[in-house]
Ligand binder design. Structure first.
Ligand SMILES: [Zn+2]
Length: 256
């Protein structure tokens, strides 16, 4: 569990045949369509395997509320991904981090966004978000208008960015950061804490103003020891994240 280099998973996957890996993925309720290469399938297995190690109290389907997850190539160039409900779309050059991040969104969706709400509440994050969201839309409009008019205005109001609350963000904040991205980044950082440390340090050095707050590697040995890391690991190890969800499930069961 303390091994963050990935070598443990690599060793284990190399011992398994492709059909064993496919079988295991299917037993975890992970569906892949036919156009994934063997290398990609092995990488997907490795990321899930690392997640399983991290959430050792649960089986993988339990983490995702016993729901299936479907993977698709997005057919787009680049290294990003998108998640819609139970479907994950990965760009041509997806990285293990991309996958871990999208799985964070998938996890959040599986629990009806309870994880992001719990993370936000626990950390006092997203202060004034209802107002900031409106102001960010205005800022976006202003930026586009300035571009159209060829005005050389630099509009990027950091005061409007999502507030990370009383703990360092997983890998910095930018204008696209919000409660869902916070959760997805925290989830990815739990699977790849060393990558997260580097990302946090890079983000902090880009914006020296936030260096002290964002570069959590200065104060914590690894991500799991940060407040976000501890909360995310705890959510992961519990079957249902937060009391609120248990209530909801009970209510639904009662209705059914
Ligand atoms: Zn995202």
């Amino acid at each position: 569990m303390e091994n963050t280099s990935g070598s443990t998973s690599e060793k284990q996957t190399s011992n398994l045949t492709l059909s064993q890996i496919k079988q295991e993925l299917a037993s975890w309720r992970i569906h892949l369509d036919n156009d994934w290469s063997e290398k990609e399938i092995r990488r997907i297995w490795q990321v899930f395997h690392r997640l399983a190690v991290q959430a050792n109290a649960l089986t993988l389907p339990q983490i995702f509320n016993d729901q299936a997850t479907k993977f698709f190539h997005s057919g787009r160039p680049g290294r990003a991904g998108r998640t819609k409900g139970d479907e994950v779309y990965l760009d041509d050059d997806w990285t293990d981090w991309t996958l871990a991040h999208e799985l964070g969104h998938r996890w959040n969706n599986a629990w009806e966004k309870q994880p992001e709400q719990w993370l936000r509440k626990s950390l006092g994050a997203g202060r004034w978000e209802w107002l900031k969201r409106k102001l960010r839309s205005f800022e976006k409009w202003l930026r586009k208008t300035a571009q159209k008019l060829d005005l050389n205005w630099k509009i990027d109001w950091q005061a409007l960015w999502y507030h990370p609350g009383k703990a360092p963000p997983p890998c910095g904040v930018d204008r696209n950061f919000n409660a869902s991205e916070d959760l997805a980044e925290s989830f990815a950082a739990t699977i790849f804490p060393e990558d997260a440390k580097q990302r946090a340090s890079n983000a902090a050095s880009r914006l020296t103003k936030f260096g002290e707050q964002w570069d959590w590697g200065r104060n914590y040995q690894n991500f799991w020891l940060t407040p976000r890391g501890q909360l995310t690991s705890r959510f992961l190890k519990e079957r249902s994240p937060g009391e609120g969800h248990a209530d909801q499930t009970d209510r639904r069961a009662a209705k059914d």
